[in-house]
Write a protein that binds this ligand. Sequence first.
Ligand SMILES: Cc1ncc(COP(=O)(O)O)c(C=O)c1O
Length: 384
Amino acid sequence: METAAAKVSWKIPLFKIYWDEDDIEAVNQTIRAGMYWSCGPQIAEFEQGLSHYLGTKFCAVFSSGTTALHAVLWAHGIGPGDEVIVPSFTFISTANAALFVGARPVFADIEDSTFGLDPEDVERRITPRTKAILPVHYAGGSCLIRELREVADRHHLLLIEDAAESFGATVDGKAAGAFGQSAILSFCQNKIIATGEGGAVVTESKEIYEKLKLLRSHGRLESADYFSSTDYLDYVTLGHNFRLSTFCAALGLAQLRKANRLIEMRRNNARLLDQRLVGIPGVGVITPPPGYHHVYQMYSIVVPGGRRDGLMQHLAERGIMSKVFFHPLHKTHFYKAELKYDCSLPVTERVSQEILTLPMYPAMSEEEIDLISKHIRGFFSGAR
Ligand SMILES: Cc1ncc(COP(=O)(O)O)c(C=O)c1O
């Protein structure tokens, strides 16, 4: 029997990738070029397009958001003996990034208005070993990034943003990802713009940008293209292969060209969902704070009173996928049992019990939105 957890063909999945002929043509052209499948000119073009879009000075693309996180902490010189303050209410690679460079992730609690790091709790967790604050912009929104910037500045700490989920989100017109010294993005298949796998670091620092380029490609000084030049290119530091392929960069450029349209489609769907869900007793619709432009990479609701899992099951039985983003990291086997984390994060724990992410994608139809709303209403009115 098919269980909800293992269902392979949902009537309404959690997300669908938006793609068009422009995407296909971009990748086809790269294939047909017959060379530069690695390190092609589309890489720099995509980087320029991303920094232009976000209003940041520099951008270096990576093979994933996770390798971008690893590289950005590495480039900022974070290492053994250092602490990095992160939320527990996030995808696991936010915290793991600190471990990758030998530092310790320190979990701070979130607050209810954005589900991002609570600036006051962050401040309480600062120690002489704290090197950076690494907040997450949740689900297409922005965290209290201006307040976190103030905390970071007051304590002379780095602010490195995890904007994996929030490409295009803004606070008073300034992009999520443009507030810290550096930020990361993800282009995994469920993100605002997608390249299958992919990521980027945007930064205000030329020095960090130069380091990132070394770290992502074996520590090699790339004064010429390695694959088509006979020049000796020296290796000046330890590096990895964290490069994005040219296909992904070409696809990313095509996706970037339609990013505004994709975001508008998501925002419109969120508005329709809000309208239909707002009156249902038992459902908490999430409203971003004033001045916060949300891009709805995900659409989450709050279901208090212990009914969240029942609703998830009810929707699954009707072919509608929903999912918990996120279960807290400090409760995972890895952090709790292996690394022996024992922390008190009451808001994180409550929100993780109540949050439910519903389907959201640009090409959602109004019929799909009606069906989701109808079954949520049915669950709370006791209809089968
Ligand atoms: C908040 C957050 N950080 C980091 C990542 C990692 O990105 P990627 O899947 O591209 O490695 C994700 C992706 O799910 C994420 O949601």
